[in-house]
Design a binder for this molecule. Sequence first.
Ligand code: NCD
Length: 293
Amino acid sequence: MKHLTSTKDLTNDEILEIFKDAKEFLDEKPRDLLDNKLITTIFFENSTRTLSSFESAVKRLKANVLKLDISKSSSSKGETLLDTIANLNSMSPNAIIIRHMHSGIADYIKNHVNCPILNAGDGKHAHPTQALLDLFTIYEHFNGNIKNKKILIVGDIKNSRVATSNIELLQRFGLKISLAGPVHFMPNINLPKYTNLNDCIDDIDILMSLRTQTERHQKSIYASLKDYASDFCINKKLLKDKNIILMHPGPVNRNIDIDDEILNDQRSLILKQVKNGVAIRMSVLKKLILNNN
Ligand code: NCD
């Protein structure tokens, strides 16, 4: 049984196959590829894009979605996660999509179910479909010529599952990654690191901004995120007319992560990422449910 708990679950060839299907799915036409299949979503953390993107993907493939509302579920009555999952599994879904605040949860439950598990984000650990849609957006933008493209990831990298998954995936496809942010947001990995955006902005093709993950900080680091923004908010003064594409997984903290003016700039691919996300998730669901062995 194949699951998607991290980007490492997929080979480069499998990812290129997923991209091929996703490109077709960009026409946004409904397809009956997963007619009558049942897909369960269980989100223990809030979500706008990922949950609605998965739901759109499920519906566009003509499958049915069963959304467990955590606030109304028995988790709040003391049921363990494994018992909740065992009960959902007994209803024979064709896939379970889970988001959880604890790292490693998706890997933990995959041995207790009879269907593919799709990780929609687990703590700081991984967010594989986000990284896939990010790479796909870059791949589409550069017509597949992505080898040696330079990407700068800016923000709370240490606490971001989006960063972790992108660092694994993008390096594998030959992109050159640098990181920027305050020292306390830097992970202990061997990549070029910058604390001043002006020192690296002239030498990049792609800038990926990330939200400060305040919910994952044990102690609040900034009295106000404006202190962070004064050094790391992406603005017109920094980007000037440089040929750089701008990405962000959302939710964007306006004028903290990215300035209002730049959010409306043609170089921003943020809403394209959202559109691409549905196609990527259709493609991943198709692969895991139909071609699983
Ligand atoms: C991200 C997440 O939840 O990890 N958002 C998303 O899925 N699009 C990023 C974030 O919350 O900052």
